[in-house]
Design a binder for this molecule. Structure first.
Ligand SMILES: [Zn+2]
Length: 350
């Protein structure tokens, strides 16, 4: 961790000196990559501390003991010496995830920046209005200019992913949203979930006119990158995952539809649809089998842990979990850690 912080500071020093020969800012060359860990399944992942601690606690806390309340979990973590984990409290930002893909914010959601060549940059899920200055600063630290952000892709209309759309549109970006979520983003409706955290969405909720309503299967040619939109309704009606291939790896931008290791999107009332969610996860799990097989390699979700290889395992886990919920007629849980199934699965693992 100390090493990566030093690298990070070194990177800051060089980015200010980096400029393209054509007058357009070029990506900085010495940006730190994020520290990775290997899971029991052999996957290479970039853990967030929240996930790592609870996952490790699942391995240690006997299933006969009640799972601690999350607000009081500190004492239990301490009991199992999980209070000083090898995972940083916050990820160093900005950071390079892989070729042309950067992380420019991590709380409350993971915000990705994709270098699409001379035509500009793509931002995935800009998040809250209040985090816009931090994102812009990180874009500059990477050696880019905020005016190079030409497209903002939304995975869904929840406020913690799309509230900052209006701010980036004002800076010149085109806003892309899955068609069934367009009205929510444009009008700031109930579907945005803004009612759930009034402290974060207080004041005037920013609204806008969406530039590009996205349909299922649409190929989005953005600069030198082509994203394939995969409509995955369930978490919200217009939830959309995006498939991008870089260096032969199939990258899935999962939003809140599919996340690491049984983590899923919350079923917020009135618009979430568990049956649609199940169908969407099945579609993702078997996506492109006909005619070509798409093997998900990288999962870049909306929150938590990022997966750098064998991401198909997480897609299958999500699909199986929601299938179980449908069969048992139980509610889909966003976080798996306290559930009986997950605890039994994890306990005693090395
Ligand atoms: Zn969401």
């Amino acid at each position: 961790m100390r090493r990566s912080r030093t690298l990070f500071l070194a990177a800051l020093a060089v980015t200010t000196l980096t400029a393209g020969t054509s007058g357009i800012a070029a990506p900085a060359t010495d940006i730190p990559t994020l520290a990775t860990q290997t899971t029991e399944e052999g996957q290479t992942v970039i853990y967030d501390r929240y996930t790592w601690q609870r996952r490790e606690l699942d391995k240690r806390l006997p299933v006969t003991e009640p799972w601690p309340d999350d607000f009081k979990i500190g004492a239990t973590l301490q009991r199992y010496k999980l209070d000083t984990p090898p995972i940083p409290a916050t990820l160093p930002l900005p950071a390079r995830i892989m070729t042309d893909v950067y992380l420019v914010n991590a709380e409350p959601n993971l915000v990705y920046l994709i270098d699409a060549g001379a035509d500009g940059l793509v931002l995935v899920d800009p998040g809250l209005t209040m985090t816009v200055p931090a994102i812009l600063k990180n874009v500059e630290k990477l050696g880019f200019s905020p005016s190079q952000i030409k497209w903002v892709i939304n995975t869904h209309a929840h406020f913690d992913h799309s509230m900052a759309d209006a701010a980036f549109q004002k800076l010149g970006a085109k806003i892309l949203v899955g068609r069934p979520d367009v009205a929510a983003v444009e009008k700031g409706t109930y579907v945005t979930g803004k009612y759930a955290f009034p402290a974060l969405t207080k004041g005037v909720y920013p609204t806008l006119k969406v530039d590009w309503p996205v349909d299922d299967g649409e190929e989005l040619k953005l600069g030198n990158k082509t994203f394939v939109a995969i409509a995955t309704p369930g978490h919200t009606p217009g939830s959309t995952c995006y498939w991008l291939t870089i260096d032969g790896k199939n990258i899935l931008f999962g939003g809140d539809t599919i996340l690491f290791d049984y983590r899923l999107g919350a079923n917020l009332p009135s618009f979430a649809d568990a049956q649609a969610y199940f169908t969407s996860l099945k579609k993702l799990a078997f996506y492109g089998l006909y005619p070509n097989t798409t093997r998900w390699d990288v999962l870049l979700p909306g929150h938590g842990t990022m997966v750098l290889d064998r991401a198909y395992m997480d897609v299958l886990k999500g699909y199986q979990q929601v299938e179980l919920n449908m069969t048992d007629n139980t509610q889909v849980q966003a976080l798996p850690f306290a559930t009986d199934n997950y605890r039994k699965l994890m306990f005693g693992r090395p």
